[in-house]
Structures are given as structure tokens and as C-alpha cells.
Design a protein around this ligand. Sequence first.
Ligand code: EPZ
Length: 420
Amino acid sequence: MDSFVIQGGVPLEGVLRVSGAKNSALPAMAACLLTAEPVTLHRIPSVRDIHTMRQLLELCGAAVVENGDTLRIEAGELATPEAPYELVKTMRASSLVLGPLVARCGRARVSLPGGCAIGARPINLHLAGLGQLGARIHQTHGYVEATAPQGLRGAMVPFDRITVTGTEDLLMAAVLAEGETVLSNAAREPEVADLAALLTKMGASIDGAGTSTIRVRGVQRLHGAEHTIIADRIEAGTFLMAGAITRGDVEIRGCVPEHLTAPILKMRQAGVEITETVPGSLRVRPGGKLVSVDAATEEYPGFATDLQAQYTALMTQAQGISIITETIFENRFMHALEMLRMGANIRIEARQAIVAGPTELSGAAVIASDLRASASLVLAALVARGETVIDRVYHIDRGYEKIEEKLEGAGARIQRIKSE
Ligand code: EPZ
């Protein structure tokens, strides 16, 4: 298992370029299962979850050709509409193939994901929605089998709570269902809208993606298309916080500032200067003194849970007490326990982290517990005195493309130590 060795205390300076969004690329790749014709996807980040999704598509029978950050996916025949446990256990987003497989093949067999480092994360809402579209759902031996030999039928699908991949899974199922489907209380994340844009290019008829009510008129078949994935707003947000925590001067290029409205607002309130230099570029600089500002995670357009850990790291350097509330996942404060070992003053009470700052962090040996927790430890290490060794960085490799190279390019002293 690789680790990062980081010498802290260097303000970042220079340019950080944002890759395509992992959480948009994953459903886009799954959507390629909906047609026998080739689909070309540009700006695919080279991260481990994408490689896992590629393996999954290939196991189902798709041919995938990679050329730089472009993937050409052709799902001509799908002999094995299955997602085995070996892949699902490494990536929960594997359940995104359920909707497209049952829509295209009339059957799918997908392993149920187990527990996860950040919360229970069941897929009951995906299954309930597919049931409403007429699929028969059967669970056995740790797998869910969904069948719809006569095809799916459009229906009203009200989600009990907002789910991002649940909305995406159902959207992909609905595009080939007979008649109209209305997804209500749907996720409004930009990744859902990006998926709808791809599906529309493939011939689907969708209204309202990006709002909480999505209407889909099913079509008989979809065709090939070409699409460029949106910028990764979580990577961009992580970079903004990296610039802010080191009191650096960094330009983040290739992002969509509107997708970052909530975290930018929080950071500005905390005293960070963020300006849009040219469209798609944000410059982050220290405005004045960094001060504490409370934050609570929410579904988009609220403050993203995927930036909560990084924001917690930032607040360890702010003057005062900040209360950070996690409303999406029940166990997403593992990073705080590692930050305590670096000298942070954080108390966890149920779903809240109470951070008192500023504290001088000192380098220590820490363990990455999940993707965004790892990113937050990198941020803490960048500002800590001395050397931090972050173990198990395979978590960060799931979702950040060459993060150590990018940060090094902006002056960070970070090195990957390869394990044997
Ligand atoms: C997506 O996960 C993202 N993953 C996550 O990104 C992100 O943290 C999360 O949305 C929230 O924004 C991808 O897009 C691939 P949810 P998802 O279904 O769809 C509960 C990262 O670091 N729920 O919106 O799995 C669930 O337990 C990650 O890149 C049910 O109860 O999240 C959670 O409490 C990790 N039943 C809440 O809803 C269900 O059937 C929201 O989860 C589905 C979800």
C-alpha cells in the first residue's frame, strides 16, 4: 500500500488543473450499457474507481478502448448482465449498472454493497424505484436480481430521501421504459444533469434534470453519442481549500464556479479571497485573518458532504469555534480522529464536529480511512509543522487524479512512497 510523505509549511503557489468529475464519469460509463452503438466519453479522469467501472463494463460484455482521457465504449452484446461482489465491494457505485442492465437486457444481477467507512449506504431506494417501474426484485446470497422480461413501464417514482446515484440509476432505467416516468424528490447535483445531457444526446427524452422533478418519456432504443464530462467540483473545492489552508496564491483552472457556490460562500465568509479571473478559473488568496464559520452539509446546491472533511481541516486553522454538521452520512468524521493526532482541537458529538482554532498542527503518521478523509489529511499535512506520513493512500487514488503531481506543481513538498 502506497503512502504519502509530506513536509508541511509551504504556501502553495501556481496553477492547479481540474480533471473530469469521477462522480459524473461513473454514471456516464454505466449509461453506455443502454445502447449497442459506441459512445465516446471525453475528460474521463484516470482514477481507480474509473478503472473498476471499466472492468465491470468489460465483464458484462462491453468493449472499452482508451485513448488519453477518452474512452470509447461499445456494448454490442451483453452476455453477462452482472456486477459481482469482487467489484462491488471495492466500489459501491457499481450499483449504477443495475438500472441500465435491467432496462436493456430485461435482467440484472448485482451484488449488494456491504457496510462502508462513511455510513450504512443501502440501495433500497434504487430497488424500490425499479420495482415501481415494474421490475421484479429478488434478493438472495448477497445479490439482488432484477427482472423485467416484458420491459420496464413508466411510473411515478417519489424518492423517500434524496439519493444521487439512486436518481441516476432510475433515470437510466426510465429512458428505455414504456411511457412516462416522473422522478420526484430527485437529486439536483450537476452530475445528474450531466448524465441527462449524455442520455439526451443518445436519443432520450428528459425534462427537468438538475431540478427535483425529472420527467422522462421512454424511447424504444438509444444510439451512440459523444460527450465531455463536466469538471470535478469536489477536486476543485479541495484545491481551493488547499490554497486557503496554506495561505497560498493558487489559480484553479478548468472548473465550473457555479457548481461551487456554497463552499465558495463559506470560504469567503471565513476570510478567504476567491475571485473568478477568467471564465472557468478561480484564484484563491488569503483575504485577511482566517475566522471560524459553521457549516452543515446538504444535498446540492448546499454544502457538499464530499467537501466536509477538507473544510474541517481548514477550520483547524481559523480563529474561533466552528460547528460542522454532517447531515448526509452517519459516520463521516474519521478524519477528525487522525487530525487530533496532529494536534487539532476537535470534539465529535453525534453528527457534529466542534473545531476550536487556530491550532498549530504537527506532522504525524496518520491513516486515510476513505477518499475525502484522505484529501483532508493531505490538506492538514500541507500546513503542519514537519513531516506527515499518510498511509493507505489507495483511498485517495480512487478519486483524485495524480494529486501528488498536481500539488507538487504548485510547490507542495509531497512524495509518494510505493509499497513493494
Ligand atoms: C453519491 O453517493 C456520491 N457517489 C458520493 O461521493 C457522495 O458522497 C454522495 O452521493 C452524496 O453527495 C457517486 O456519485 C458515485 P446518496 P450515493 O445515495 O449516491 C441514503 C465520494 O467521495 N440512501 O445520495 O451513494 C444514504 O445512506 C463519494 O466521491 C438510502 O438510505 O449517495 C445516504 O445517507 C462518496 N437508501 C443518503 O441517502 C438508498 O437507496 C444520500 O446517499 C440510497 C441512499
